[in-house]
Design a protein. Sequence first.
Length: 106
Amino acid sequence: MTKFINLTPHILNIIDVNNNIMDIPPSGKIARVSSISAIVATINDINVSQQTFGDVIDLPDAQDDIVYIVSRMVKDRVAHRSDVLVPGAPVRDADGKIVGANGLSL
């Protein structure tokens, strides 16, 4: 059976094909994309910065029967990895509050 490891900082509520919600707690590690920020201008005494994004950090190597769930920004940097997925489309209740994600996504 495949194990899901949540590399985001919050619980993920993933809705399966039977409309059941699977709560996947954070693993305690967070995969991120490194970044550097530099001030490029000032408008009315407010700094305007530009971020430059770099490498993915804290993403483990691929392992058999493990799927890592990460942010979209991380996944976009490692699009070639089939073991790295993101939460699917948000599912909302009648009030518009997000209650979960419709499965997982590439």
